[in-house]
Design a protein around this ligand. Structure first.
Ligand code: HEC
Ligand code: HEC
Length: 352
Protein backbone atom coordinates (compact mmCIF):
# COMPACT_ATOMS: atom_id res chain seq x y z
CA UNK A 1 0.00 0.00 0.00
CA UNK A 2 1.13 3.52 -0.70
CA UNK A 3 0.97 6.02 2.10
CA UNK A 4 1.38 9.57 0.87
CA UNK A 5 0.92 10.70 4.44
CA UNK A 6 4.44 9.52 5.16
CA UNK A 7 5.45 12.62 3.27
CA UNK A 8 8.64 11.08 1.97
CA UNK A 9 9.60 11.78 -1.58
CA UNK A 10 10.89 8.22 -1.80
CA UNK A 11 7.46 6.88 -0.91
CA UNK A 12 5.85 9.02 -3.55
CA UNK A 13 8.32 7.94 -6.17
CA UNK A 14 7.66 4.32 -5.34
CA UNK A 15 3.92 4.87 -5.52
CA UNK A 16 4.14 6.73 -8.78
CA UNK A 17 6.18 3.91 -10.27
CA UNK A 18 3.53 1.39 -9.23
CA UNK A 19 0.70 3.61 -10.41
CA UNK A 20 1.91 4.02 -13.96
CA UNK A 21 1.20 0.55 -15.37
CA UNK A 22 -2.11 0.29 -13.47
CA UNK A 23 -3.31 3.54 -14.92
CA UNK A 24 -2.08 2.73 -18.38
CA UNK A 25 -4.02 -0.52 -18.30
CA UNK A 26 -7.25 1.01 -16.96
CA UNK A 27 -7.32 4.11 -19.12
CA UNK A 28 -5.23 3.27 -22.13
CA UNK A 29 -4.38 6.35 -24.14
CA UNK A 30 -5.94 8.76 -21.65
CA UNK A 31 -3.78 11.15 -19.67
CA UNK A 32 -0.65 10.08 -17.82
CA UNK A 33 0.41 9.37 -14.29
CA UNK A 34 1.01 12.42 -12.11
CA UNK A 35 4.69 13.16 -11.61
CA UNK A 36 6.19 13.19 -8.12
CA UNK A 37 6.56 16.96 -8.42
CA UNK A 38 2.90 17.37 -9.27
CA UNK A 39 1.91 15.19 -6.34
CA UNK A 40 4.17 17.19 -4.05
CA UNK A 41 2.58 20.43 -5.23
CA UNK A 42 -0.85 19.15 -4.18
CA UNK A 43 0.25 17.37 -1.04
CA UNK A 44 0.72 20.46 1.11
CA UNK A 45 -1.60 19.93 4.05
CA UNK A 46 -0.14 20.46 7.50
CA UNK A 47 -1.76 18.37 10.19
CA UNK A 48 -2.21 19.26 13.86
CA UNK A 49 0.53 16.74 14.64
CA UNK A 50 2.69 18.75 12.19
CA UNK A 51 2.98 15.99 9.62
CA UNK A 52 3.43 17.77 6.33
CA UNK A 53 5.03 20.87 7.84
CA UNK A 54 8.12 21.83 5.82
CA UNK A 55 11.30 22.40 7.77
CA UNK A 56 12.22 26.07 8.13
CA UNK A 57 11.80 29.14 10.24
CA UNK A 58 10.78 32.77 10.19
CA UNK A 59 11.09 35.60 12.68
CA UNK A 60 8.43 37.98 13.93
CA UNK A 61 10.48 40.80 12.35
CA UNK A 62 10.53 39.04 8.99
CA UNK A 63 6.81 38.42 9.38
CA UNK A 64 6.11 42.08 10.01
CA UNK A 65 7.80 43.01 6.74
CA UNK A 66 5.74 40.40 4.88
CA UNK A 67 2.60 41.54 6.65
CA UNK A 68 2.99 45.17 5.74
CA UNK A 69 3.86 44.37 2.13
CA UNK A 70 1.36 41.62 1.40
CA UNK A 71 -1.36 41.42 4.02
CA UNK A 72 -2.04 44.73 5.75
CA UNK A 73 -3.86 46.24 2.75
CA UNK A 74 -6.79 43.91 3.45
CA UNK A 75 -6.43 42.90 7.10
CA UNK A 76 -5.14 46.20 8.53
CA UNK A 77 -1.73 47.12 9.96
CA UNK A 78 -2.62 45.40 13.25
CA UNK A 79 -4.68 42.59 11.78
CA UNK A 80 -7.77 44.13 13.32
CA UNK A 81 -9.44 45.55 10.23
CA UNK A 82 -13.06 44.72 9.66
CA UNK A 83 -13.07 46.08 6.12
CA UNK A 84 -12.39 43.05 3.98
CA UNK A 85 -12.84 40.19 6.42
CA UNK A 86 -13.40 39.61 10.12
CA UNK A 87 -10.47 40.86 12.22
CA UNK A 88 -7.75 38.23 12.52
CA UNK A 89 -6.38 39.57 15.80
CA UNK A 90 -8.00 40.80 19.00
CA UNK A 91 -10.19 39.49 21.79
CA UNK A 92 -7.60 37.20 23.39
CA UNK A 93 -5.94 37.84 26.76
CA UNK A 94 -2.86 36.57 28.66
CA UNK A 95 -5.30 34.60 30.82
CA UNK A 96 -6.56 32.82 27.69
CA UNK A 97 -2.98 31.93 26.72
CA UNK A 98 -2.66 30.29 30.14
CA UNK A 99 -6.01 28.52 30.17
CA UNK A 100 -6.30 27.59 26.51
CA UNK A 101 -9.91 28.76 26.49
CA UNK A 102 -10.89 32.15 25.08
CA UNK A 103 -13.16 33.63 27.72
CA UNK A 104 -14.74 36.15 25.38
CA UNK A 105 -16.18 33.43 23.17
CA UNK A 106 -18.72 33.09 25.97
CA UNK A 107 -19.33 36.82 26.21
CA UNK A 108 -22.31 37.77 24.02
CA UNK A 109 -21.46 41.44 24.54
CA UNK A 110 -18.08 41.06 22.79
CA UNK A 111 -18.60 42.36 19.27
CA UNK A 112 -16.95 39.67 17.18
CA UNK A 113 -15.01 36.48 16.86
CA UNK A 114 -11.49 36.96 15.55
CA UNK A 115 -9.33 34.27 13.99
CA UNK A 116 -7.04 34.11 17.01
CA UNK A 117 -10.06 33.72 19.30
CA UNK A 118 -11.24 30.70 17.35
CA UNK A 119 -8.16 28.93 15.99
CA UNK A 120 -7.32 25.94 18.18
CA UNK A 121 -4.33 24.70 16.23
CA UNK A 122 -1.34 26.72 15.04
CA UNK A 123 -0.93 24.17 12.23
CA UNK A 124 -4.23 25.34 10.76
CA UNK A 125 -3.12 28.95 10.82
CA UNK A 126 0.14 28.01 9.12
CA UNK A 127 -1.59 25.76 6.59
CA UNK A 128 -4.27 28.30 5.73
CA UNK A 129 -1.85 31.15 5.15
CA UNK A 130 0.40 28.83 3.15
CA UNK A 131 -2.35 27.59 0.86
CA UNK A 132 -4.72 30.53 0.62
CA UNK A 133 -3.04 33.86 1.28
CA UNK A 134 -2.51 36.49 0.07
CA UNK A 135 -6.07 36.34 -1.22
CA UNK A 136 -5.22 37.17 -4.82
CA UNK A 137 -1.84 35.39 -4.97
CA UNK A 138 -2.23 32.15 -3.01
CA UNK A 139 0.78 29.82 -2.70
CA UNK A 140 3.26 32.58 -3.53
CA UNK A 141 4.76 32.87 -0.04
CA UNK A 142 8.07 31.19 0.73
CA UNK A 143 8.28 28.78 3.65
CA UNK A 144 10.18 31.42 5.61
CA UNK A 145 7.52 34.02 4.89
CA UNK A 146 4.74 31.72 6.13
CA UNK A 147 6.62 30.95 9.35
CA UNK A 148 7.37 34.65 9.81
CA UNK A 149 3.89 36.00 9.17
CA UNK A 150 2.32 33.29 11.36
CA UNK A 151 4.70 34.32 14.15
CA UNK A 152 3.86 37.98 13.54
CA UNK A 153 0.10 37.40 13.88
CA UNK A 154 0.68 35.54 17.16
CA UNK A 155 2.92 38.38 18.25
CA UNK A 156 0.19 40.92 17.47
CA UNK A 157 -2.13 38.77 19.59
CA UNK A 158 0.26 38.85 22.56
CA UNK A 159 1.06 35.16 22.28
CA UNK A 160 4.69 35.36 21.12
CA UNK A 161 7.40 37.89 22.08
CA UNK A 162 8.90 40.39 19.59
CA UNK A 163 12.16 38.48 19.15
CA UNK A 164 10.58 35.10 18.51
CA UNK A 165 11.67 32.92 15.61
CA UNK A 166 9.04 30.32 14.76
CA UNK A 167 10.30 27.07 13.26
CA UNK A 168 9.38 23.45 12.69
CA UNK A 169 11.44 22.65 15.80
CA UNK A 170 9.54 24.87 18.25
CA UNK A 171 6.07 25.01 16.71
CA UNK A 172 4.81 22.21 19.01
CA UNK A 173 5.70 24.44 21.99
CA UNK A 174 3.82 27.34 20.39
CA UNK A 175 0.78 25.11 20.07
CA UNK A 176 0.75 24.96 23.88
CA UNK A 177 0.25 28.75 23.90
CA UNK A 178 -2.65 28.97 21.45
CA UNK A 179 -5.37 30.95 23.27
CA UNK A 180 -8.18 28.62 22.20
CA UNK A 181 -6.23 25.33 22.14
CA UNK A 182 -8.70 23.68 24.50
CA UNK A 183 -11.67 25.20 22.76
CA UNK A 184 -12.02 22.50 20.16
CA UNK A 185 -14.39 19.70 20.93
CA UNK A 186 -15.50 16.68 19.03
CA UNK A 187 -18.07 15.77 21.67
CA UNK A 188 -20.87 17.76 20.16
CA UNK A 189 -22.71 16.75 17.02
CA UNK A 190 -24.78 18.77 14.64
CA UNK A 191 -26.55 21.68 16.25
CA UNK A 192 -28.40 21.54 18.53
CA UNK A 193 -26.03 19.56 20.74
CA UNK A 194 -26.91 17.88 24.02
CA UNK A 195 -26.60 21.14 25.93
CA UNK A 196 -29.53 22.50 23.94
CA UNK A 197 -31.66 19.40 24.30
CA UNK A 198 -30.47 17.86 21.05
CA UNK A 199 -29.57 14.25 20.50
CA UNK A 200 -25.85 14.73 19.80
CA UNK A 201 -26.01 12.31 16.94
CA UNK A 202 -23.09 12.43 14.54
CA UNK A 203 -23.43 14.41 11.32
CA UNK A 204 -23.64 11.31 9.24
CA UNK A 205 -24.91 7.88 10.00
CA UNK A 206 -23.98 5.14 7.60
CA UNK A 207 -25.31 2.28 9.68
CA UNK A 208 -28.11 1.27 7.34
CA UNK A 209 -25.74 0.50 4.52
CA UNK A 210 -22.89 -0.88 6.61
CA UNK A 211 -24.54 -4.26 7.02
CA UNK A 212 -27.47 -6.16 5.54
CA UNK A 213 -27.40 -3.81 2.60
CA UNK A 214 -29.87 -4.39 -0.17
CA UNK A 215 -27.98 -6.15 -2.88
CA UNK A 216 -30.55 -5.15 -5.47
CA UNK A 217 -31.23 -1.56 -6.28
CA UNK A 218 -34.39 -0.59 -8.05
CA UNK A 219 -34.05 2.52 -10.11
CA UNK A 220 -37.44 4.06 -10.61
CA UNK A 221 -38.85 7.42 -11.37
CA UNK A 222 -42.18 7.94 -9.75
CA UNK A 223 -44.14 10.49 -7.81
CA UNK A 224 -44.98 9.64 -4.22
CA UNK A 225 -48.72 9.79 -3.59
CA UNK A 226 -48.54 12.76 -1.24
CA UNK A 227 -46.77 14.85 -3.86
CA UNK A 228 -48.82 13.89 -6.88
CA UNK A 229 -51.07 16.83 -7.32
CA UNK A 230 -49.04 19.35 -5.37
CA UNK A 231 -48.74 21.74 -8.31
CA UNK A 232 -51.72 20.97 -10.45
CA UNK A 233 -52.01 18.47 -13.23
CA UNK A 234 -48.55 17.76 -14.62
CA UNK A 235 -49.99 16.32 -17.84
CA UNK A 236 -51.39 19.71 -18.73
CA UNK A 237 -48.14 21.50 -18.02
CA UNK A 238 -45.90 19.45 -20.32
CA UNK A 239 -44.87 20.65 -23.70
CA UNK A 240 -45.54 17.84 -26.12
CA UNK A 241 -42.41 16.44 -27.66
CA UNK A 242 -43.12 13.34 -29.65
CA UNK A 243 -44.41 10.63 -27.38
CA UNK A 244 -43.33 12.41 -24.23
CA UNK A 245 -46.13 12.85 -21.73
CA UNK A 246 -46.50 14.26 -18.26
CA UNK A 247 -48.20 12.02 -15.77
CA UNK A 248 -51.86 12.70 -15.21
CA UNK A 249 -51.76 13.73 -11.57
CA UNK A 250 -55.19 15.31 -11.21
CA UNK A 251 -57.14 12.19 -12.11
CA UNK A 252 -55.12 10.02 -9.75
CA UNK A 253 -55.62 12.47 -6.92
CA UNK A 254 -59.34 12.57 -7.66
CA UNK A 255 -59.42 8.79 -7.78
CA UNK A 256 -57.76 8.62 -4.40
CA UNK A 257 -60.38 10.92 -3.00
CA UNK A 258 -63.30 8.84 -4.23
CA UNK A 259 -63.64 6.02 -1.75
CA UNK A 260 -64.49 2.81 -3.55
CA UNK A 261 -64.13 4.53 -6.91
CA UNK A 262 -63.38 2.54 -10.02
CA UNK A 263 -59.76 1.61 -10.52
CA UNK A 264 -60.32 2.01 -14.26
CA UNK A 265 -59.72 5.62 -15.22
CA UNK A 266 -62.58 7.17 -17.15
CA UNK A 267 -62.11 7.83 -20.85
CA UNK A 268 -61.85 11.54 -20.12
CA UNK A 269 -59.02 10.77 -17.70
CA UNK A 270 -57.32 8.75 -20.46
CA UNK A 271 -57.63 11.69 -22.84
CA UNK A 272 -55.94 13.82 -20.25
CA UNK A 273 -53.36 11.21 -19.39
CA UNK A 274 -52.29 10.93 -23.02
CA UNK A 275 -52.45 14.69 -23.51
CA UNK A 276 -55.14 14.50 -26.18
CA UNK A 277 -56.76 17.35 -24.27
CA UNK A 278 -53.86 19.58 -25.24
CA UNK A 279 -55.40 19.68 -28.73
CA UNK A 280 -58.93 18.39 -28.25
CA UNK A 281 -61.88 19.41 -26.12
CA UNK A 282 -64.99 17.31 -25.84
CA UNK A 283 -67.40 19.96 -26.99
CA UNK A 284 -65.59 22.72 -28.86
CA UNK A 285 -62.77 22.89 -31.43
CA UNK A 286 -59.24 23.52 -30.20
CA UNK A 287 -56.26 22.69 -32.40
CA UNK A 288 -58.11 19.60 -33.48
CA UNK A 289 -61.83 18.96 -33.82
CA UNK A 290 -64.02 18.49 -30.76
CA UNK A 291 -64.57 14.87 -29.79
CA UNK A 292 -68.30 15.57 -30.09
CA UNK A 293 -67.80 16.55 -33.73
CA UNK A 294 -65.68 13.46 -34.38
CA UNK A 295 -68.29 11.22 -32.78
CA UNK A 296 -71.09 12.81 -34.85
CA UNK A 297 -69.11 12.50 -38.07
CA UNK A 298 -68.55 8.73 -37.73
CA UNK A 299 -71.87 7.88 -36.05
CA UNK A 300 -73.27 5.77 -38.86
CA UNK A 301 -70.04 4.09 -39.85
CA UNK A 302 -69.72 0.40 -38.94
CA UNK A 303 -65.93 0.39 -38.82
CA UNK A 304 -65.72 3.69 -36.93
CA UNK A 305 -63.84 2.28 -33.95
CA UNK A 306 -61.24 0.56 -36.11
CA UNK A 307 -60.82 3.59 -38.34
CA UNK A 308 -60.48 6.02 -35.47
CA UNK A 309 -58.08 3.76 -33.61
CA UNK A 310 -55.86 3.56 -36.66
CA UNK A 311 -56.06 7.30 -37.25
CA UNK A 312 -55.12 8.10 -33.68
CA UNK A 313 -52.16 5.76 -33.95
CA UNK A 314 -50.84 7.05 -37.25
CA UNK A 315 -51.99 10.67 -37.13
CA UNK A 316 -52.52 12.62 -40.28
CA UNK A 317 -54.22 15.69 -41.71
CA UNK A 318 -56.80 16.79 -44.25
CA UNK A 319 -60.00 15.45 -42.71
CA UNK A 320 -60.66 18.44 -40.50
CA UNK A 321 -58.20 20.90 -41.98
CA UNK A 322 -54.56 21.38 -42.83
CA UNK A 323 -53.24 21.06 -39.29
CA UNK A 324 -51.86 17.55 -38.84
CA UNK A 325 -52.29 15.35 -35.79
CA UNK A 326 -48.99 13.79 -34.80
CA UNK A 327 -48.98 9.99 -34.38
CA UNK A 328 -50.13 9.17 -30.85
CA UNK A 329 -48.19 6.69 -28.82
CA UNK A 330 -50.39 5.08 -26.18
CA UNK A 331 -51.09 1.58 -24.89
CA UNK A 332 -53.30 -0.47 -27.18
CA UNK A 333 -55.95 -0.91 -24.46
CA UNK A 334 -56.24 2.83 -23.93
CA UNK A 335 -56.34 3.42 -27.68
CA UNK A 336 -59.18 0.94 -28.09
CA UNK A 337 -61.10 2.37 -25.14
CA UNK A 338 -60.93 5.85 -26.63
CA UNK A 339 -61.82 4.72 -30.15
CA UNK A 340 -64.85 2.77 -28.88
CA UNK A 341 -65.93 5.68 -26.75
CA UNK A 342 -65.83 7.93 -29.81
CA UNK A 343 -67.54 5.37 -32.05
CA UNK A 344 -70.34 4.89 -29.53
CA UNK A 345 -71.08 8.60 -29.39
CA UNK A 346 -69.27 9.53 -26.17
CA UNK A 347 -71.17 7.56 -23.51
CA UNK A 348 -70.91 9.03 -19.96
CA UNK A 349 -69.16 12.04 -21.41
CA UNK A 350 -68.12 14.97 -19.28
CA UNK A 351 -69.97 18.12 -20.24
CA UNK A 352 -66.99 20.26 -21.06
C1 HEC B 1 -6.74 41.12 -1.13
C2 HEC B 1 -7.14 40.97 0.23
C3 HEC B 1 -6.32 40.08 1.14
C4 HEC B 1 -4.96 40.03 1.30
C5 HEC B 1 -3.92 40.89 0.61
C6 HEC B 1 -4.73 39.04 2.30
N1 HEC B 1 -5.88 38.50 2.73
FE1 HEC B 1 -6.09 37.12 4.21
N2 HEC B 1 -8.05 37.03 3.84
C7 HEC B 1 -8.74 37.78 2.91
C8 HEC B 1 -10.10 37.31 2.83
C9 HEC B 1 -11.18 37.85 1.91
C10 HEC B 1 -10.21 36.24 3.75
C11 HEC B 1 -11.43 35.35 3.99
C12 HEC B 1 -11.35 34.25 3.00
C13 HEC B 1 -12.43 33.24 3.15
O1 HEC B 1 -12.98 33.08 4.26
O2 HEC B 1 -12.72 32.56 2.16
C14 HEC B 1 -8.92 36.13 4.38
C15 HEC B 1 -8.64 35.21 5.36
C16 HEC B 1 -7.45 35.12 6.03
C17 HEC B 1 -7.21 34.26 7.16
C18 HEC B 1 -8.20 33.28 7.77
C19 HEC B 1 -9.12 33.99 8.72
C20 HEC B 1 -10.21 33.08 9.27
O3 HEC B 1 -10.56 33.26 10.44
O4 HEC B 1 -10.71 32.20 8.55
C21 HEC B 1 -5.90 34.44 7.53
C22 HEC B 1 -5.18 33.79 8.67
C23 HEC B 1 -5.35 35.40 6.60
N3 HEC B 1 -6.32 35.80 5.72
C24 HEC B 1 -4.04 35.82 6.62
C25 HEC B 1 -3.46 36.60 5.62
C26 HEC B 1 -2.06 36.81 5.47
C27 HEC B 1 -1.00 36.27 6.38
C28 HEC B 1 -1.89 37.60 4.37
C29 HEC B 1 -0.62 38.07 3.74
C30 HEC B 1 0.35 37.05 3.42
C31 HEC B 1 -3.21 37.88 3.83
N4 HEC B 1 -4.13 37.24 4.60
C32 HEC B 1 -3.45 38.69 2.74
C33 HEC B 1 -8.22 38.82 2.17
C34 HEC B 1 -6.88 39.10 2.05
C1 HEC C 1 -50.81 18.16 -31.24
C2 HEC C 1 -52.25 18.21 -31.31
C3 HEC C 1 -53.03 16.92 -31.19
C4 HEC C 1 -52.94 15.95 -30.24
C5 HEC C 1 -51.97 15.89 -29.04
C6 HEC C 1 -53.95 14.99 -30.52
N1 HEC C 1 -54.63 15.34 -31.62
FE1 HEC C 1 -56.16 14.34 -32.41
N2 HEC C 1 -56.24 15.66 -33.95
C7 HEC C 1 -55.47 16.80 -34.05
C8 HEC C 1 -55.76 17.44 -35.30
C9 HEC C 1 -55.09 18.73 -35.79
C10 HEC C 1 -56.72 16.69 -35.92
C11 HEC C 1 -57.33 16.89 -37.28
C12 HEC C 1 -56.55 16.05 -38.23
C13 HEC C 1 -57.17 15.96 -39.59
O1 HEC C 1 -57.71 16.92 -40.08
O2 HEC C 1 -57.06 14.88 -40.12
C14 HEC C 1 -57.01 15.59 -35.02
C15 HEC C 1 -57.94 14.60 -35.30
C16 HEC C 1 -58.32 13.62 -34.41
C17 HEC C 1 -59.37 12.66 -34.61
C18 HEC C 1 -60.28 12.61 -35.80
C19 HEC C 1 -59.62 11.88 -36.89
C20 HEC C 1 -60.44 11.83 -38.14
O3 HEC C 1 -59.98 11.23 -39.05
O4 HEC C 1 -61.51 12.37 -38.19
C21 HEC C 1 -59.40 11.83 -33.52
C22 HEC C 1 -60.32 10.68 -33.30
C23 HEC C 1 -58.38 12.29 -32.64
N3 HEC C 1 -57.72 13.36 -33.21
C24 HEC C 1 -58.09 11.70 -31.43
C25 HEC C 1 -57.00 12.04 -30.67
C26 HEC C 1 -56.64 11.31 -29.50
C27 HEC C 1 -57.37 10.14 -28.90
C28 HEC C 1 -55.51 11.92 -29.01
C29 HEC C 1 -54.71 11.52 -27.82
C30 HEC C 1 -54.21 10.17 -27.78
C31 HEC C 1 -55.22 13.02 -29.90
N4 HEC C 1 -56.13 13.06 -30.89
C32 HEC C 1 -54.16 13.87 -29.75
C33 HEC C 1 -54.52 17.22 -33.16
C34 HEC C 1 -54.10 16.51 -32.05
Amino acid sequence: MCSFRKGLLATMLACAAIAVPAQAADFAGIGRAATPKELAAWDIDVRPDFKGLPAGSGSVAKGQAVWEAKCASCHGIFGDSNEVFNPLVGGTTPADVKSGRVARLNDPAYPGRTTLMKASTVSTLWDYINRAMPWAQPKTLTVEEVYGVTAFLLNLGGVLPDDFVLSDRNIAEVQKLMPNRHGMTTQHALWPGKEFGGTARPDVSGSSCMKNCDSERKVASSLPAHARNAHGNLAEQNRLVGAQRGIQTAAVAAKGETAGGSAQPSTVALLQQHSCTACHAVNGPLIGPSFKAVADKYKGRADAAAYLGEKIKTGGSGVWGAVPMPPQNLPEADLKAIAHWLAKGLPNQATN
